[in-house]
Write a protein that binds this ligand. Structure first.
Ligand code: AMP
Length: 408
């Protein structure tokens, strides 16, 4: 089947662009892959080659297994491979052990050789825990260019530091003491984030909020991968003005300056567009970025790009929380309805108009809560999907845009 290049336009800001792919095709593809066993679904399909990034303890292993189940890609966890080498007391294991015990990175040349030997053997793979530094990312780019196996996406699981420390302490691996964990997080900030910035610049990053329930994270991750496989680009959803006002003031490149420069940067190829996108997709994304910036500037005239990114993250976090809370409120509404119904019954039986009236009120509010949240979770999930696209785009622009003092 020939894939269509298409744009997925995020509701409610943007309508569908006709002639750019049909949602029916996307829906039938999604249905097909959900009913076929992974091996069948993967056979003949486009290979998926991805980097699963995110802090240690961010849930990469769990999500990698779920991606493997769905698409049949090989899960290459460098941490696991290294632990295996240490266990078997190989030459490589002995070299790596001292670094691993301290929570430091094993030297890049050792890692690149190790990864190449695995990547050569598989057409579809999920790299988990690699690359962890800018030289590793550049080495990987070179390796994949040699092997003619371009990356589909870099999916980045986004979790706050405190959540991670708690999760890792609960996991209790020998290298999971609080000091070593804090050191691994420091290494992540200093060495791994630059590697992710490198991929942002290439338009490859899809960041997914991953602090919440595993199922929700899975849905958001799979949606992002499907988009990439179908060459869809998620366009920015509007960021709420309350989030824009709440974002703390951060120095940096202003949204206004970027708005003025944006066409020039796009022309110079400095925009964060994936190489696989069509000219039309790039142009549409430029337009959508401008619309997003314009509406943000209207809400707060001097807003900077880092602030705008923070505001988008704030919005996503709120949507994710709401998506998780919705089913609970729905249940609470049903309980309230049951209690209300009981009071109405009691009121009638006891001929007590007050009890009956209270019952009717509880019944009505219960029904309302349930109804409000029946579709709430789904809507919030959709918003979270769309907004994380907006955030990736803004971060991509922040990475590609030089700081203000470097401007002529
Ligand atoms: P992980 O299970 O991914 O947390 O990895 C455990 C340890 O293995 C890390 O703390 C590092 O010492 C080492 N390690 C795993 N992947 C890499 C990598 N890509 N580069 C350097 N060291 C790594």
């Amino acid at each position: 089947m020939e894939r269509q290049d298409s744009l997925e336009l995020s509701p409610p800001r943007v309508g569908s662009i006709s002639g750019l792919g049909s949602s029916a095709t996307q829906a039938s593809l999604a249905t097909l892959s959900s009913v076929l066993p992974p091996a069948v679904a993967a056979a003949g399909a486009e290979p998926i080659r991805m980097v699963l990034a995110g802090p240690p303890g961010g849930g990469k292993g769990t999500q990698a297994d779920l991606i493997k189940k769905r698409w049949g890609a090989e899960h290459l966890s460098t941490g696991e491979i290294l632990r295996e080498e240490v266990k078997n007391d190989t030459e490589l294991g002995r070299q790596a052990k001292e670094y691993m015990d301290r929570g430091e990175l094993v030297p890049d040349d050792i890692m690149l050789r190790l990864v190449r030997s695995r990547v050569e053997k598989h057409d579809s793979f999920i790299l988990d825990g690699f690359p962890r530094s800018l030289p590793q990312a550049e080495g990987l780019d070179q390796m994949l260019a040699d092997l003619q196996k371009p990356l589909t996406a870099v999916v980045m699981l986004d979790v706050d530091e405190e959540v991670i420390v708690k999760r890792l302490l609960a996991r209790g691996r020998p290298d999971d003491t609080e000091d070593v964990i804090r050191n691994r997080l420091k290494v992540y900030q200093q060495q791994t984030l630059p590697a992710i910035a490198h991929y942002r610049q290439q338009g490859l990053v899809e960041s997914v909020p991953a602090a919440g329930a595993m199922d929700l994270t899975k849905e958001l991750v799979h949606h992002r991968i499907e988009n990439r496989l179908n060459k869809m680009v998620t366009l920015p959803a509007p960021i709420s003005s309350s989030s824009l006002l709440e974002a703390p003031s951060t120095p940096g490149f202003s949204a206004q300056e970027l708005l003025i420069q944006i066409d020039r940067l796009a022309e110079q190829g400095k925009a964060p567009y994936a190489t696989s996108w069509t000219d039309q997709q790039r142009a549409d994304l430029t337009q959508a970025t401008k619309a997003l910036l314009t509406s943000a500037i209207e809400a707060r005239s001097a807003i900077t790009l880092p602030e705008l990114t923070k505001a988008a993250k704030l919005d996503i976090d709120q949507e994710v929380q709401a998506a998780e809370l919705s089913p609970q409120l729905q249940k609470a509404g049903l309980v309230a309805m049951a209690i209300g119904g009981l009071s109405v019954g009691l009121g009638l039986w006891q001929s007590s108009p007050i009890l009956g009236a209270v019952g009717v009120a509880v019944l009505a509010s219960g029904a309302l809560t349930s109804a409000l949240h029946w579709t709430g979770a789904e809507r919030h999930t959709q918003n979270a999907k769309a907004l994380s696209g907006a955030r990736d785009l803004l971060e991509g622009w922040s990475v590609t845009t030089p700081p203000p003092q470097a401007q002529p």
